[in-house]
Design a binder for this molecule. Structure first.
Ligand code: SF4
Length: 479
């Protein structure tokens, strides 16, 4: 997170009570909050919202928890979310409420204890409910947005990797970055590239597959640079020597994913020549034919001012070659419009690139100065309105391409990983194809399955015949 963003990030006070298991729950929630850019603290003063992880084991613990909630309500600005064992406790409705048929108490149905004692709390969950707590946090205190970090989905905080839904997970292969892009302060915050030992990465991947992960998303600041700083030294995995190098790691990960019938998706890959070798693995079906390549711009002069890695590459040429190697390849990228000094001709170059490269998914930020970034000192800062206008023009071109490419899929049968399937998917659900990374791309809306006997389950694959598009999404019938 940039310094400005960090200073402005919403602050969440956290009270953690109870046993070691409750503590682990707290750690998971705190890690996820940090991974999403929230500030957290153990004190309540000045907090924008407070989370209380409660204990309901003995009366004393119940009392302590109830008092902590009361204090949080009075000190923490009134926004309080309660989780933990006490959150799951119910008590009998008072006779008078039952008789009057009051909401939540009619017929003497048990009431949630916390709701009864502290009706002002915003949300109450039981233990092990990280996702529910995060959903409540998002509802009441929107997550902070830092355009230069949000380019990588969930990449910050190693333990965040394990906080996704059970069936997909992020696998961070390195930390830090050796580049010095002028708009970015990540290297000054996180230091130079440090690649994780290849054996550790593979061990974690195996544990995730063992735990039911069906889609593994490889992340870092610069995935293609994996192992550069250790000169691609040889590491070991199950007694086998494996080089600390992207291609070797991806091969080994692809073997593992194959054993578990899981997908392997690569994020943040810069267009270095050696990426071509990974395309062969995609063409063979061992790695999802999906590349998240943050181009940021196309005009060589702007790329030089940005000090982008691989800025000398002929990116249109490279994309053509990638598509020749792997025709089903989906490319996602992000761009910055209105970089300092961007001339109308440089911007037109970018629009041309977007149209010709026919990228499947595009994100674009209007340039915004991040405190401490070298680009702020570059001449030719454009007015904010112009930067926004360029962003809008770029997105219009990108969306036209993207929509046309989505329409080409109508009629195809695609493999879909199911993300949601209420009532076993009898009325459909939501999933994603290889073309959709979680949270940043579209989805496949699944309609009622063709066969009445067909069931959909979260974390399982289904085939779906694509029948329509809906905005950035596809609509399919499970077959
Ligand atoms: S490659 Fe550039 S944008 Fe990405 S983390 Fe490194 S310095 Fe920042």
């Amino acid at each position: 997170m940039s310094e400005t963003a960090a200073a402005n990030a919403p602050r969440i006070g956290f009270v953690s009570l109870g046993c070691p298991k409750a503590l682990t729950d707290s750690e998971l929630i705190l890690t996820q909050l940090a991974a999403e850019g929230y500030q957290t603290s153990k004190t309540l003063e000045g907090a924008d919202l407070v989370i209380v992880n409660t204990c309901g084991f003995i009366d004393e613990a119940v009392q302590e928890s109830l008092e902590a909630i009361g204090e949080a309500l009075s000190v923490g600005g009134g926004k309080v979310i309660v989780t933990g064992c006490l959150g799951a406790k119910t008590i009998a409705a008072p006779a008078s409420a039952a008789a009057a048929g009051q909401s939540g108490a009619s017929g003497g149905e048990p009431e949630n204890l916390i709701r009864r004692m502290h009706p002002a709390v915003l949300a109450v969950t039981g233990p092990h409910a990280t996702q529910e707590v995060m959903d409540a946090v998002h509802r009441h205190l929107p997550r902070p947005h830092d355009p230069f970090l949000d380019l990588v989905p969930g990449a910050f905080g190693a333990a965040g990797i394990k906080l996704t839904p059970r069936h997909y997970a992020y696998l961070k292969i390195s930390e830090g970055c050796n580049h010095r892009c002028t708009f970015c302060i990540i290297p000054s915050l996180r230091g130079d590239l440090v690649s994780r030992p290849v054996g550790d990465v593979l061990k974690e991947a195996q544990a995730l597959f063992e735990g039911g992960v069906k889609e593994l998303l490889v992340i870092s600041q610069d995935t293609a640079a994996y192992g550069v700083e250790v000169k691609y030294r040889t590491g070991f995995w199950e007694g086998r020597p494996i080089k600390t190098r992207m291609l070797d790691l991806v091969r080994a990960l692809a073997d593992l994913a194959g054993q578990y019938g899981a997908w392997l998706r690569l994020h943040y890959v810069y267009p270095y020549p050696h990426v071509d070798e990974v395309l062969a693995l995609m063409a063979e079906g061992r790695v999802l034919p999906y590349l998240d390549v943050p181009f940021q711009h196309s005009a060589p002069s702007v790329l030089r001012r940005m000090k982008r890695p691989a800025s000398g590459e002929q990116n249109l040429e490279r994309i053509r070659r990638w598509r020749a190697l792997c025709p089903q390849l989906v490319i996602r990228s992000t761009f910055i419009a209105g970089f300092p000094g961007e001339t109308p001709a440089e911007f037109e170059h970018l629009l041309d690139f977007i149209a010709q490269a026919r990228l499947d998914r595009v994100g674009c930020f209007a340039y915004s100065p991040v405190d401490g970034a070298a680009a702020n000192a570059l001449p030719g800062m454009l007015p904010a309105q112009e930067r926004q206008a360029r962003r809008a023009r770029l997105m219009a071109v990108a969306e036209a391409v993207s929509t046309a490419k989505l329409r080409e899929r109508v009629g195809a049968v695609m493999q879909v990983l199911v993300d949601a399937a209420p009532a076993l998917g009898r009325k459909g659900g939501v999933g994603r194809s290889y073309a959709d990374a979680p949270e940043i791309d579209g989805v496949v809306h699944l309609l009622t399955p063709e066969k009445i006997s067909k069931q959909l389950r979260v974390g399982q694959f289904t085939q779906a015949r694509i029948v329509d598009t809906r905005g950035h999404d596809l609509v399919g019938v499970p077959v």
